[in-house]
Design a protein around this ligand. Sequence first.
Ligand code: SF4
Length: 447
Amino acid sequence: MQAYRKPTFYSSYNFKKIPQVEARLSKDEIFAIEVISKILPFKTNNYIVDQLINWENVPNDPMYILNFPQREMLSEAHFKRMADAILANQSDKELDFLANQIRMQLNPHPGGQMELNVPSLNGKRIEGLQHKYAETVLSFATYAQTCHAHCTFCFRWPQFVQMDGYKFAIDEARLMLEYLKVHTEVTDVLFTGGDSLFMTADQLSIYIDAILDANLEHIRNIRFGTKTLSYWPYRFISQFDAENTLEIFQKIIRHGKHVAFMAHFNHAIELSTPIVKDALIKIRNTGAEIRSQSPVMKHINDTSDIWADLWKEQVRLGIIPYYMFVARDTGAHDYFSLPLNRTFQIFNEAYKKVSGITRSVRGPVMSAGPGKVHITGISEIMGEKVFNLTFVQGRNPDWVNKPFYAKFDEEADWLEGLKPAFGEKEFFYEKEYKKIMNEADKLLIHS
Ligand code: SF4
């Protein structure tokens, strides 16, 4: 067993101490990091800095862009406001106030996460849970509200900058349990965050034991949403509670439930180190299945070769490719997003390059307000070029797998930018979706 290694974390306060930053970045680049990280979360660690980033390739290195704030992630106007405030030596309080003003303009909660997904029990909202699709409940455990590093594209960024009223938290496993007991339609509990495996084994046990001890037959799958394999694989090898964490997976399996390890790899580089390969073996030896998902992002993984390599390497290492997402419409979306047309081409070209067992992946998928919308093709129907769409998941399960069509649009990069094809006024689900939103609004006003 390797000696326990503790991560060294770097953020806006101490990143200048990273030797590679001092050696490789210009004064302007360092100042840009300082400005952006006042607004968007910035956290990295020594594993990423020393083993994943190729500093010879900076500033174009994908792992560098994945972790370090980039000048173009903010608009010119937002950047200038914050840069001027820093140069004018404004107080921390004033800078925080300005940062919050700018954050509110970056669509902090896309897809109606705040309004629509928080469930109630006996008329009281349970802020640490989300229940969007019938079968799956998401738990945002208090202890998992951070990650081993923060991705610059992350759509959960408001949780990390602690915007008032935006931090989901559940501090009582009991509340989660009460909810699950009465919702027998739920088959899956997805622990997420942040990163669910930022929790220690002891913290994780509070939630897992509550579910297992209650003998809830309808809960079949326990999922862990995590990027730990990519950002801190030592978590499963030499961290003080590595063995206990693996034991938790085995315990769940002994109780007859499936452990779905929902990993998050954006690029094959993340699968290249000896330590991540060791960690994968340890996890698979428990009986857990590892699936992987990622968005397509400009500057990081915007070619079909990168995706084909990523999926092929995943399958070779025993990981099931699961979703390719469209980058979400939040935070630094303008910096990362690609037109849907381009994203679809990347998926299509990559899909052609891999073998049948690798084609378990679905994409490109937009995780939008009404549900998970899958772009299944681009075709010409009755003389009109269209995007072929369907729901993989919908707020109403009846929407799932029902084909619908949007006018082809070269520039559109998200569902809201699409118009119905064939002269229709709205998509088939829109009336019902508006009704669901209105009802959620009324509930919020009265709660
Ligand atoms: S690991 Fe996941 S939750 Fe954490 S910053 Fe990255 S994308 Fe966001």
